[in-house]
Ligand binder design. Sequence first.
Ligand SMILES: Cc1ncc(COP(=O)(O)O)c(C=O)c1O
Length: 365
Amino acid sequence: MSYERDNIRRMAGYQWGEQPDDPDTIKLNTNENPYPPSPLIGQALASLDPAALRVYPQPTAEPLRRRVADLHDLEAHNIIITNGGDEGLRLAMTTFVDPGQTFAMAEPSYSLYPVLAQIQDARLTKIPLQPDWLPPVDFAETLNAAGARMVCLVNPHAPSGTLMDVERIEHLAHEFNGVVLVDEAYVDFVDPHRGYNLMPLVRDLDNLLILRTFSKGYSLAGLRLGYLAGANPLIEPMLWKTRDSYNINAISQALGLAALEDPSWASSSWARVREGRARLSSGLNQLGFPVTPSEANFLLTKVPNHCPLPANRLQQHLKAQGILVRHFDSPVLSDKLRITVGTDEQNQRLIDVLRETLGAEKDTQ
Ligand SMILES: Cc1ncc(COP(=O)(O)O)c(C=O)c1O
């Protein structure tokens, strides 16, 4: 006898990227920042008084909420702090999409979205991206025709790294009848010359939610801290009704504040990742691996025909050499690998192993 709800019994659950025990593994599979968090994080941890953990944390993480609002020139009432960006996604799904109603996503994109839709027992509409990884021009019409209550878009897109411009998102939010959630998990790595900033739109659009995380840009994936920005009528129901009672623990609140006290530390890691991204991209190109231009901390590359191994076997081969990268078994992605930008040494090791792999083929021909 199963006590699970039918939709839960039918679903498979989220498949996370491998988290190896061996600290020497070169981990280019889950898009973490290869550089350490600010030293202020260590100081904040050391100065935490365990006695303070006796009481519950500030329920809405108010000091951090205000600090985040200042960062984006918004009001605290535009922000909800969440237990990782993933909690923000879950809150939006459970607050804005009724069971049986339609949730829409661009395909391919973050594999957690369908899982959350299944948990909510929502109907899922996947709208294929164009070959340039951008949504089709009639995206809003398609969403409206499907009766979608909410759509999630990753920008810069995962797994391609393609950046959609602000005007397109603004147009979409104007045309679409539901909530537009723009998942900016990787936005910190966008080249500042692109001048991309969606946050001001929060003041004008009543259906726009923007997700941010400390996991990538602030090197704090282990902490589980993120936030959503949006018009207050979108934030309020999540903050006062659907959120867990004390969703942000006291340690996360203190460390989030410490991270934001050291913006130059974080932004110098973003610049290093961008430099590494350019070098890794040209290294891959030189080996004949075409790379989609990326504004994120990862690259999507198609495994070329002259490689002796198809993408899935190349991923296994790299793993055997101590290098983890991500392969997705889906029609559009099965011939590609997603590679997180690592440190220069890690990137170089990957390039060396790929070169050996290609060379091994030549030797055996
Ligand atoms: C596209 C996208 N959105 C959101 C997240 C959530 O990140 P976190 O829950 O660590 O903040 C991730 C994590 O990998 C992601 O890839």
